[in-house]
Design a protein around this ligand. Structure first.
Ligand code: NAD
Length: 393
């Protein structure tokens, strides 16, 4: 298999993310071709087709037909998280490599289904398309951790607060246009967007946990979580908690304190991270125009050093630097292509995907019971579970 051949790919899910990341970031990457496009929602297929502007692309509203007929070696899936795993399994069963956007799923059952499907696929690549794990500070901190610069990492904090305004909760079923809550009232064409199935904000934690686990090279073992009331204080008509906060303990004995919320207005940056080790601390900025910080024990620093970790513009591809989410969107797709062409392990494989998803799912469960401490299963094959087999209950 030639390492520089063109990889033909189909997109399933032409919503805001699917179409947006294609046009904004992925199509600028060399070495692949988008040959097929699918959304069960026809106006969205048409809109994405027009936006991409390549008349050779085949359009579908039925993913099974696309998997059967289209000239594709791989698929990129960007649908609602609760629909991801069924499509992942169908694509693998059809012999296609898969990259799936984040979060993988909202159920543990799906975690197992996805793992077993990948294990049974005979070496097809599964890449989780979580991109914050490629952020320059995450890469720098991973290297610092590998070199022992921070000593033993004891405590990590993270938060992902993204104030999603009125206008993202309803869609017009015919046109695909977004509607405000007032516009949706008494509108027979109004249908709920994916935000309604995000029953716990903490279920979106994989976007925050994936980079942290990338730095730590670790997995979460136990989880406890608490939530504000199951009814937003900001949008009176929305029956979800505004904020959920989880405490987690990892296999390597690190404590994590992680918070998520997607309703209450907030300013960028949406993500924030802080790491404390026995030899020092690092932290990203909570607000724009503030620096990131680092303090090392024994360094004669009375105050933390203000600095910014950034991609090196002289060595980083231009299409990476200009890609979405501040230059990180490029990496999930670029490393997926690399794994296919060079037959390498994907940068975020199925085990890493469920190790980011399952603690979030368990945290949601814990919040429902007022903070009960729950154990996260070990998803890797072991003496009790052979690859390709479901766990024995
Ligand atoms: N990585 C990131 O930064 C990032 C950013 C935004 C969204 N996302 C993720 O991307 C995914 C999509 O988000 P979005 O905002 O575009 O959602 P969306 O609801 O706007 O779009 C999802 C689309 O998937 C389509 N779909 C669902 N099931 C399908 C099927 N079986 N066949 C064909 N099409 C199907 C729907 O019709 C819809 O058009 C979500 O999982 C979300 O969590 C990730």
């Amino acid at each position: 298999m030639s390492a520089d051949r063109i990889v033909k790919i189909g997109l399933i899910g032409a919503g805001e993310r699917g179409a947006g990341v294609m046009v904004g970031s992925y199509l600028k990457i060399k070495g692949w071709q988008l040959t097929a496009l699918c959304d069960k929602y026809e106006p969205r297929v048409k809109k994405a087709f027009d936006r991409i502007g390549d008349s050779a692309i085949r359009c579908y509203t039925d993913h099974a037909r696309m998997l059967k007929e289209a000239d594709i070696e791989a698929v990129v899936i960007a649908v609602e998280p609760e629909n991801n795993v069924a499509l992942v399994c169908d694509a693998l069963a059809a012999g296609k490599h898969v990259m799936c956007d984040v979060p993988l799923t909202f159920t543990l059952e799906d975690c197992w289904k996805a793992i077993v499907a990948v294990e049974r696929s005979g070496g097809l690549k599964f890449q989780m398309g979580e991109q914050m794990r490629y952020a320059p500070w995450i890469q720098a901190w991973k290297k610092m951790n590998q070199e022992g610069t921070l000593g033993k990492i004891l405590f990590v904090e993270g938060q992902y607060f993204h104030g999603i305004g009125d206008g993202a909760y309803w869609l017009d079923a015919e046109t695909g246009q977004s509607l405000t809550n007032a516009q949706a009232a008494n509108n027979p064409r109004a249908r709920k967007s994916r935000l309604w199935t995000l029953e716990h904000p903490i279920w979106y934690l994989p976007h925050e946990l994936s980079p942290i686990l990338n730095v730590l090279d670790d997995r979460v073992e136990t989880v406890s979580c608490m939530a504000t009331r199951k009814h937003s204080y900001h949008f009176e008509w929305f029956d979800h908690s505004d904020v959920e906060v989880a405490l987690m303990h990892t296999e390597k004995d690190t404590l994590l304190r992680l918070a998520t919320g997607f309703i209450v207005p907030n300013i960028t940056p949406c993500h924030w991270y802080h790491i404390m080790g026995t030899k020092g601390r690092v932290e990203t900025n909570r607000y724009e125009n503030e620096p990131m910080k680092m303090w090392l024990a024994g360094s004669y620093l009375r105050n933390p050093a203000a600095l910014n970790w950034e991609f090196d513009p002289t060595t980083t591809p231009k299409e990476a630097l200009t890609s979405g989410h501040g230059g990180v969107d490029y990496w999930a797709m670029a490393t997926f292509l690399e794994s296919i062409r060079e037959d390498k392990k994907p940068a975020m494989d199925i085990y890493q995907a469920v190790e980011a998803a399952a603690p979030a799912i368990m945290a949601g469960r814990s919040a429902e019971s007022g903070g009960q401490v729950l154990n996260v299963p070990d998803f890797r094959p072991n003496a009790k579970r052979q690859p390709g087999k479901m766990p024995v209950k």
